[in-house]
Ligand binder design. Structure first.
Ligand code: PLP
Length: 349
């Protein structure tokens, strides 16, 4: 699955939606283009989201749409991107895009970036003179860490690259530029024969994968790094926390040492693309029994039952595309499950 040079396409893309939402209207895929001198290409000035639409029993259902769009708006606010779009407009645009695509499952990618005003071009770092552009595209995307990963787990390494520091690039904003750090982590892992890399934060504590949050199981307790370990406040992470609470599994946010990864009973990644993926080895040290552990399997099973519409979610997690109404979000647009935490609560508008 993962070639040693990492150059082969690794995630299947069976279909791409032939229309793209652009600043309030739908345009053809082929017309969704930017000028090469756009600010975003030179200075990384974009923020984006990744959202899954699942083929549920009652039809296509977008998973935690409002929470994703709220995080999108938060990322834009952090980067002072003064755009006109509201939560409801972007939710409705995402729903309509999926309806128009005709796909019953897909990955939805909203992106907001600094482009180029061709009549009054500006080429400096200062982003303010550049116009903003907002697009939403969608495609059908396979299993992000490999077809067998969900059951068998993945082999990963601890990266030599650290995660961003909180006062350099904010990890809580999902900005395009953050993914240069993710690319360093991912390329190193692939070239060394691993499916993914785990980055430590600037203090040496476990942070997250290049595109996933991480959970550790020790005995019957589930641990995950706090937001202060420079992680993205993952929506799947929040879903896993709420699923644990519903199942009566103790879940805590804790700073985690690298060595704790090696002696954990179970480890797994969470993320929109990776969903809930077990980790079977770290730095070639077997995790637990070297496959998917029982607690991971239980959480994974509940997660997939919810996304298939077969089990009631702890909150309004599914927006049925054909019903046209956006599921109201938990907790004013963003849910951060109340769990025992050693970090101060973060305020997410
Ligand atoms: C760096 C990083 N961490 C964590 C996650 C998981 O976040 P979510 O569950 O919201 O997709 C992602 C995926 O978007 C990511 O890119």
């Amino acid at each position: 699955m993962f070639s040693k040079d990492g150059k082969h396409k690794d995630v299947k893309t069976p279909r791409i939606c032939d229309v793209v939402w652009h600043d309030g209207e739908f345009i053809n895929w082929n017309d969704a283009r930017v000028h090469v001198m756009s600010h975003v290409l030179h200075y990384g000035s974009s923020i984006f989201e990744g959202i899954r639409c699942y083929s549920a029993k009652q039809g296509p259902a977008i998973f935690r749409l409002r929470e994703h769009i709220q995080r999108f708006l938060n990322s834009a606010k952090i980067y002072r991107m003064d755009h006109p779009w509201t939560l409801d407009q972007l939710c409705r645009a995402s729903i309509e895009l999926v309806q128009r695509s005709g796909m019953d499952q897909c990955y939805i990618r909203p992106i907001l970036f600094r482009s180029l005003d061709e009549d009054h071009p500006a080429f400096g770092v200062n982003p303010f003179p550049n116009p903003l552009a907002c697009y939403i595209g969608a495609w059908d995307w396979g299993k992000y860490l490999g077809d067998e990963a969900i059951e068998q787990g993945v082999d990963v390494c601890v990266s030599t690259w650290n995660r961003l520091t909180p006062n350099s690039m904010p990890a809580m904003a999902k900005s395009g530029a953050n993914y240069m750090n993710s690319q360093l982590i991912k390329m190193e892992a692939l070239l060394n024969g691993f499916a993914e890399g785990i980055a430590l934060d600037d203090r040496g504590y476990v942070s997250e994968g290049s595109g996933e949050n991480i959970f550790l199981v020790t005995g019957d307790i589930v641990l995950t790094p706090p937001l202060s370990s420079s992680i993205l406040p993952g929506i799947t992470r929040d879903s896993v926390i709420q699923i644990c609470q519903e199942l009566g599994i103790t879940v805590k946010e804790r700073t985690i040492q690298r060595a704790a990864l090696y002696v954990a009973d179970e480890l797994f990644f969470s993320g929109t693309a990776a969903e809930v993926t077990p980790i079977r080895s770290v730095d070639r040290i077997m995790v637990g029994q070297g496959g998917r552990g029982p607690i991971t399997e239980k959480i994974q099973r509940v997660f997939f039952e919810i996304t298939k519409g077969e089990r009631r979610a702890p909150g309004n997690w599914l927006t049925y595309v054909n019903a046209g109404k956006v599921a109201p979000a938990d907790n004013n647009g963003f849910s951060t499950a109340a769990i025992e935490s050693e970090t101060a609560a973060i305020i997410v508008k």
